[in-house]
Design a protein around this ligand. Structure first.
Ligand code: BGC
Length: 482
C-alpha cells in the first residue's frame, strides 16, 4: 500500500479530501492561462502606466565576465537572518573566497521601530568588521553591496525607495523613503566609515552570482520566505525608462517583484484559505502570488485547512481533542510540511509523532492520510505556480534553452519542489517527454550560487567598473565611487 493510503478512510473524509484536491490542483490548461496573463503583466510592469508587478530597473547593466577581482563587503537583510560577508573575487576566473557571520533578525524588529532596525544592522556590521579586521577606521576602501530584499524603486543603484514591506515586515516610517541614508546615518553614528556602492535585491544577486560561473544563466529566482525573480531586459523594451534616452540595446537587470502578480485577482485560483491569509496579513491585497508560494505562508495555509477540517461537520478531524496549539497563527512553518512530505513510513508514524510533539494532537489513521494529502497539495501547487513565472519570463525573452538559478529554503529543502516545478514547466511549454532521464530540460532550474554574498560583491564590482568606464547612468553619489 502507498504511503498514507486513503483507501480505508471513512466516506465523509474522502469527500473532503476530494474537495481539497479540487481547490488546490492546478491543471495544465490553468497553468497555461496563468502564464499567458503573466507574460502580459511583465510587459505592463515595464510600461509608463505600470501594473501590479513592479518590474524595478536595478541599474545592474552588465553580466559578469568571471574576471572581476577585489575585496568587498556584502550585507544581506533577508526575511529571517542578517548576514555579513567579506567576499574576495580572486584572480582565478569565476573563483571567490568568503568569510561570513550570520545574525538572527529578532522577530520584534520586523514590526518595530525603524531606528532600531538600522541600529541593529549597523551593530552587526561593526561587530563583523571588528572581529575580522580590528580597526574599523581602515575599512573605508571596502565597497559594500547591500542586499535589501523588498520592492524598492531605484532611480540610482545607490538608492532604494521602499515601495512596501513584504514577508510580514511592518515597520512604520520606511515605506516611500530611501533606505540608504537611514542605514548610512546609523553607520556614521558608530564611526563605521563604510560607503554603500550598490543596493541590490536577492534575485538580482542570485542571477549575477550564477552568471559568474555559468554563462547559460538567464534568470535568478528566490523561493524562500518570499518569492521573486530577476532577469536582464534591454532598455529599448522598458518604456518607463524611455525619457533617459539610453541606447535600446543597453542591458538592464529587472527585479520583477513577481510576488505581486495578479493582486487584482484575475487568474489565480485562490482558495478561501488564501483569502483568509491575505485578509489577516499586514498588507492585504498585496503579494497575491507570493502568498500562495512562499515559505512564510505554506505552513499557515496548511494550518488553516486543518482548523477548518476540525470545525467542518463532515470531516470533523481531531474530534474531542484540544487543538489550541493548532489555533496559533503562523505557528507552523514550511519545514513542518516538508517533514510530513518526507515521512516514508507506510503508517505515517513520523507524521503522527510530529503532531503529537508539536501540536499535542493524535490524528487517527484516516486523518493522517488527509494530513499527508493536504501537504502534498499545498507543496505541489506552490511548485507548479512558480513554474508559471519562469515560463512567462522565458516566453517574453524568447529563451528556448537556458539555465535558471534558484535559491531559498523552499527550493533547497522542500521535498519534490524541483521535480514538480520542472514537470509544470514541461506542461506549460509543451516539451515532449524525455527519452533519457539524465537529459537536461531545455530550461533547467538549478541551485544558484550565493546571490546576497557573492552576487552583491559582484554587483559592487560591476558598478565600480562601469563608473571607471565613464558610464554614470544610475549613480547618485559619484564621490563614493572614487
Ligand atoms: C520581496 C522580494 C524578494 C523576495 C525573496 C519578496 O517578498 O518583495 O524583494 O526578492 O521576497 O526574498
Amino acid at each position: 500500500m502507498a504511503v498514507g493510503s486513503l483507501s480505508d478512510a471513512p466516506k465523509d473524509l474522502l469527500k473532503e479530501i476530494k474537495h481539497l484536491e479540487e481547490l488546490f490542483t492546478i491543471d495544465t490548461a490553468k497553468l497555461k492561462e496563468i502564464t499567458h496573463h503573466f507574460v502580459d503583466e511583465l510587459a505592463k510592469g515595464l510600461s509608463v502606466e505600470g501594473g501590479s508587478i513592479p518590474m524595478n530597473p536595478t541599474w545592474v547593466m552588465s553580466r559578469p565576465t568571471g574576471h572581476e577581482t577585489g575585496n568587498y563587503l556584502a550585507l544581506d537583510m533577508g526575511g529571517t537572518n542578517l548576514r555579513v560577508c567579506q567576499v574576495t573575487l580572486t584572480e582565478q576566473k569565476s573563483e571567490f573566497d568568503i568569510i561570513q557571520s550570520k545574525y538572527r533578525l529578532p522577530e520584534e524588529l520586523k514590526t518595530g521601530v525603524a531606528e532600531e532596525l538600522w541600529e541593529y544592522i549597523a551593530d552587526c556590521l561593526q561587530q563583523f568588521i571588528e572581529t575580522h579586521h580590528g580597526d574599523v577606521t581602515k575599512m573605508d576602501k571596502f565597497p559594500l553591496g547591500f542586499t535589501f530584499s523588498y520592492p524598492a524603486t531605484q532611480n540610482y543603484i545607490d538608492e532604494g525607495i521602499l515601495q512596501r514591506w513584504t514577508k510580514g515586515f511592518d515597520i512604520a516610517g520606511v515605506e516611500g523613503r530611501n533606505v540608504v541614508p537611514m542605514f548610512e546615518a546609523a553607520l556614521k553614528q558608530r564611526g563605521v566609515p563604510i560607503k554603500l556602492t550598490a543596493l541590490i535585491n536577492d534575485t538580482t544577486g542570485t542571477l549575477i552570482a550564477s552568471a559568474y560561473t555559468d554563462p547559460k544563466m538567464m534568470i535568478g529566482c528566490i523561493f524562500g520566505t518570499g518569492c521573486n525573480a530577476a532577469y536582464i531586459e534591454d532598455c529599448g523594451s522598458i518604456p518607463k525608462l524611455a525619457h533617459l534616452n539610453l541606447p535600446p540595446e543597453t542591458p538592464m537587470a529587472i527585479n520583477c517583484e513577481w510576488g505581486a502578480f495578479d493582486n487584482e485577482g484575475k487568474v489565480l485560483p485562490r482558495t478561501p484559505y488564501d483569502i483568509a491569509i491575505d485578509k489577516d496579513s499586514p498588507r492585504p491585497g498585496q503579494q497575491a502570488f507570493e502568498k500562495m508560494i512562499a515559505g512564510l505562508y505554506l505552513g499557515e495555509i496548511f494550518r488553516l485547512v486543518m482548523v477548518d477540517m476540525h470545525h467542518n461537520p463532515e470531516a470533523h478531524i481531531f474530534a474531542g481533542q484540544d487543538i489550541s496549539k493548532l489555533r496559533k497563527p503562523y505557528s507552523l512553518d514550511s519545514s513542518f510540511l516538508s517533514a510530513i512530505e518526507e515521512d516514508t513510513l507506510e503508517d505515517l508514524s513520523e507524521t503522527l509523532d510530529l503532531f503529537e510533539t508539536k501540536l499535542n494532537i493524535s490524528p487517527n489513521r484516516a486523518e493522517l492520510g488527509l494530513i499527508r494529502r493536504t501537504a502534498e497539495l499545498i507543496g505541489t501547487r506552490a511548485a507548479r505556480l512558480s513554474a508559471c513565472g519562469v515560463a512567462a519570463i522565458s516566453i517574453k525573452k524568447g529563451y528556448k534553452s537556458c539555465h535558471v538559478g534558484a535559491d531559498g529554503s523552499v527550493f533547497n529543502k522542500y521535498p519534490h519542489f524541483k521535480a514538480r516545478g520542472a514537470q509544470a514547466l514541461r506542461e506549460i511549454l509543451d516539451w515532449p517527454e524525455k527519452t533519457n532521464p539524465k537529459e537536461e530540460d531545455p530550461i533547467e532550474i538549478l541551485a544558484a550560487e550565493d546571490g546576497s554574498g557573492v552576487g552583491a560583491a559582484l554587483i559592487a564590482a560591476l558598478t565600480l567598473q562601469r563608473v571607471k568606464d565613464g558610464n554614470m547612468h544610475g549613480i547618485l553619489h559619484p564621490e563614493n565611487f572614487k
